[in-house]
Design a protein around this ligand. Sequence first.
Ligand code: NDP
Length: 319
Amino acid sequence: MDMQYRRLGKAGIKVSVLSLGSWVTFHNQVNVDSAAEMMQAAYEAGVNFFDNAEVYAGGKSEQVMGEALKKLGWRRSSFLVSTKFYWGLNDKPNERNTLNRKRLLEAMDGSLLRLGLDYVDLVFCHRPDADTPIEETAHAMHNIVESGKAMYWGVSEWSADEIRAAWDVCHKYGWHKPTMEQPEYNLFHRERVEKEYARLYEDIGLGTTIWSPLASGLLTGKYQKGIPQGSRAALKGYGWLKDDLTNKDNLARVSKLGKIAKELECSLPQLALAWCAKNPNVSTVIMGASRVEQLRENLKALEVLPKLTEDVMKRIEGI
Ligand code: NDP
């Protein structure tokens, strides 16, 4: 099935409903050659958005994506790249867990250097920062957009109130407004996207670029018999994911979802991704993959969309 494109909320820019992100994978599991292979497979399938962040692999994820982009040589206008700031790369007081003006402006330059780009398309405040006034952060993000170093700015895992406050201050002063939020959204994690943000889609035209659509792999069914070798939960530094990925109640639900996938003649990851894309307030579903085969499988998820009838959605809701 052909790729579908959705407006990023009320903005004019369109994102492919399926997109590709680099958290955990780029640098740690995926080198430049594999990154280029994956990005090419995605691009050929119509993916136009590639998600990144300063903090991923301590800056190396941006480097890998930058080198892959150089290798691929795509026309710059044909794709979108993002980055995000908050955690930082250094430990001094003004450089860690902050959205202060100095840090944001310097961070933007660092990311562009690593990515080898003149501008990113989307730039996010990766988390809220209670130690910096929202007005200061919003003004710095406005300045980044004004400078041409990013096209749109947004936030990630901010509360509805924080998003609204940022939007209001931008509205008041005529600054570029936050366009999108990047929240976690999957069959196991729904509250924010479906309830907390509900009125923001209409009121301020918020777009969403949702993350971990497979709950880090739980929704592939691969954890049903324990933690497989080479999987994310087996990686050094990601042990904190183990509880959720091996939780008995979660696995029982996953097994029931697997039966529905079988009936629909698709794989479980395809069903779980299509379920995310079914929500019209989701602008794009950011997928992760450690191998190109996973990505090729997942890219077929849109074929499942027409199979998600009211009846099937009700059964999934039951689970
Ligand atoms: P998912 O929940 O979809 O998990 C992806 C992982 O699941 C893969 O890396 C792979 O891990 C496994 N997997 C995927 N497809 C298959 C398959 N078909 N068969 C078997 N295993 C599969 O997404 P991510 O958690 O990776 O998040 C996606 C993107 O969202 C990130 O790259 C990042 O850009 C963004 N993100 C943003 C955050 C934020 O705070 N704003 C936070 C987290 C992510 P493996 O093979 O290693 O088991």
